[in-house]
Design a protein around this ligand. Structure first.
Ligand code: NAP
Ligand code: G4F
Length: 385
């Protein structure tokens, strides 16, 4: 008998990788997608199955975590063995603009799932994974952060996720639900949302190298993050739900890097050396050297003369725009995942170099496609969020 999983947030980065992973393991996968005025399933379109075929193992339901009746109905319909609650308004900066919605979807949304499982009598059957986050540590009280480090969230997103974390623990202790938190540190990939910092940088590097964008505007580039690859992190989610006992786990690489260094490493992956000077809002990043062989290999010979001219005439490629600053910042994240590594046997395959290689290769390919479309006389768009 194949197991049944329900993934909320299946159209997001982690949801898409997890759905693919579970399908390969023979699961029947149900996912909740939101109604949108445009198609919003690009990340899972390769998994799509025509609803008219007899036997499907990937089934999408319309839904929203802010709608209790919908959440309960979907869970009742699919009677899942495992629920992965990945749905969330996941952008920290945007949570300052939409704090009430964020609390509703990210905080109370988790309660809706736990309560539905309980009221439907599914407690003995259904295991629940809650997508908790290193944003809980916020103003960090300890370095590195472990499962025992006290929380101090610094955004409406972090505070909403704090409620979700504790309500998951509470339902486990009060009602015996198999409910676990994965406290995941930042994880990225070629399908990361375009407005998160790593993807914004990876896309901008490809666009600047191909002459499609002039400058990369950034917020606070001094903060530090512990970045892993989403493909490794969804495996940890799966492992957490395979344990006999529910528990909470930190998932992290144990390496921390500043945004500034991430920019330098990303441009260096295509042969461009960036040097920073100035302070705070006056800080700039200039291109100071080009590894021609690497640039030609990654970007192409057709673009080398333009980038050399750029280095001579207009070398500033990175500037700071205070509009990207957050009212309160999380300055440093670095996780200690010893518990996950020993108890779950979780070992990530990607390091930061591998992650950057994967992301830049994909974005260079994507932007070259855009260039061809533009050269063919069609319109392409600029998104600078
Ligand atoms: P993501 O790419 O932003 O995906 C979020 C998903 O949630 C999308 O499918 C989105 O749907 C859906 N969603 C948003 N609001 C919803 C609502 N009210 N009802 C139903 N679905 C809703 O995020 P991700 O990077 O895959 O992260 C997955 C989860 O892990 C999130 O809960 C996030 O907060 C958490 N997390 C992420 C990281 C990380 O570094 N990636 C680290 C720690 C924790 P649309 O596609 O329609 O927008
Ligand atoms: O990529 P970010 O937007 O990710 P952030 O805020 O760390 O949140 C992500 O990771 C969390 C796990 O710790 C998740 F829970 C959450 O859902 C999300 O996936 O920003 C990273 C850092 C911040 O310090 C930000 O201030 O980059 C800094 N930054 C500087 N310039 C920028 C920019 N961030 C964005 N998005 N855009 C900028 O231009």
């Amino acid at each position: 008998m194949s197991k049944t999983a329900l993934i909320t947030g299946v159209t997001g980065q982690d949801g898409a990788y997890l759905a693919e992973y579970l399908l390969k393991k023979g699961y029947v996968v149900h996912g909740i997608k939101r109604r949108s005025s445009l198609f919003n399933t690009e990340r899972v379109d390769h998994l799509y199955q025509d609803p008219h075929v007899d036997k499907r193992d990937f089934i999408l339901h319309y839904g929203d975590l802010t709608d209790s009746m919908n959440v309960t109905k979907v869970i009742q319909e699919c009677q899942p063995d495992e629920i992965y609650n990945l749905a969330a308004m996941s952008h920290v900066k945007v949570s300052f603009d939409t704090p009430e919605y964020t609390a509703n979807a990210d905080g109370i949304g988790t309660l809706r799932i736990l309560e539905a499982v309980r009221l439907l009598g599914l407690t003995p059957k259904t295991r629940i994974y809650q997508a908790s986050t290193s944003e809980l540590y916020g103003l960090v009280q300890e370095v590195p952060q472990t499962e025992k480090t006290p929380f101090y969230p610094r955004s409406p997103y972090g505070v909403a996720k704090l409620y979700a974390y504790w309500i998951t623990v509470n339902y486990r202790e009060a009602y015996g639900l198999h409910a676990s938190n994965g406290i995941l540190f930042n994880h990225e990939s070629p399908i990361r949302g375009e407005t998160f910092v790593t993807r914004k940088i990876s896309r901008a590097m490809a666009r600047i190298a191909l002459g499609m964008q002039d400058c990369l505007y950034m917020g606070n580039i001094s903060s530090r993050r512990d970045w892993g690859h989403a493909k490794d992190y969804i495996k940890a989610m799966y492992l957490i739900l395979q344990q006999d006992k529910p528990d909470d786990y930190v998932i992290a690489t144990g390496v921390t890097t500043s945004i500034r260094e991430f920019i330098q490493k990303t441009f260096a992956a295509a042969g461009m050396e960036i040097m920073f000077s100035g302070e705070k809002e006056d800080e700039i990043g200039r291109i100071v050297n080009i590894d021609e062989a690497l640039f030609n290999e990654k970007i192409g010979k057709d673009y080398i003369d333009a980038i050399k001219a750029r280095m001579k005439n207009n070398p500033v490629m990175v500037k700071v725009d205070r509009n990207y600053y957050r009212p309160t910042e999380v300055d440093l994240l670095i996780g200690d995942s010893t518990k996950a590594r020993t108890k779950l046997g979780w070992i990530p395959k990607y390091d930061l170099k591998g992650l950057i290689e994967d992301m830049t290769t994909s974005d260079i390919h994507l932007m070259k496609k855009e260039t061809h479309i533009k050269n063919g006389g069609f319109r392409t768009f600029n998104y600078f969020e």
